[in-house]
Design a protein around this ligand. Sequence first.
Ligand SMILES: [Mn+2]
Length: 340
Amino acid sequence: MIIILKKEAAESQVNGLLALLQSKNIQPHVSRGSLQTIVGCVGDVSHLDPGILEALDGVESVQRIQEPFKAANRKFHPEDTVIDCSGVKVGGGNFSVIAGPCSVESEEQIVGIAKAVKASGATMLRGGAFKPRTSPYAFQGLGKAGIDMLITAKRETGLPIVTELMDFKDIELFNDVDVIQIGARNMQNFNLLKEVGSYTKKPVLLKRGMSATLQELLMSAEYVMASGNENVILCERGIRTFETAMRNTLDLAIVPYLRRRTHLPVVVDPSHATGHAYLVEPVSVAAAAIGADGLIIEVHNDPPHAKCDGAQSQTPEMFDSTMKKIHAWFAHCPREGIVV
Ligand SMILES: [Mn+2]
């Protein structure tokens, strides 16, 4: 951290700042230039609040040098993290495709879709049992019954299951769930992140909040990791911008940007990012091309009658075509170490 002093800073103000830093076990290094005086801070600055320092008389501005995320930071963990989701590996050259309906509607529906997506090459099954809906009058999910149906689908297909936890009081229903999803609306529900991080080492699929910055996403991952669970998979699912043509605006460049800054795997959700089924295939191939570690795609057997997110749901036939395009992409342009 570097503190830049105001030109007119009085000696007493500078001394006050240095004493404050020393009281917090920071070694200040002052360098006085002809135009500007700066103070370099050496030591653990993670607990220093730049805002408080900036509010001091005599301080012009404060710049962080180190990123505030440690556990997720690639600097301290250069190798890709590979997350084992009940035998399915995500990250480190393993490209994984999670597919299934937005919400579990019946046993017949989820088992049928599970078999179809598995046949096309999906490696995990998604399906919501607890649904965070914008309207309290919209379908809220089947709850425990939905989880039981997912477990049946897992037993029939062998696909690990991914489903969203909205409220920690439901955690015991998740004993047979393989990956716990934290949805976009809960990305900054810090109590939920801490509770999940300290309760289980099960993989957590953390979706980016709809207006979250990259650093906020990584700090949310940090909450789970600092609480004791390092198995976090990040998910880019689009952010809210001025554009209204699509459901969200997919921030695809965040994938290589994140991969440089963190060792955690990054998957892309082209369904929620675009809101249109016909856009899912091209965006999926683009995500594979840009270096994503996987995809999470909504697939429904009867999209016009889906209880949730029908417009963006692929049919099993569309999903099969998408998987073929992804395989063709990697065959044509292999990525080092990639396993599909
Ligand atoms: Mn959905």
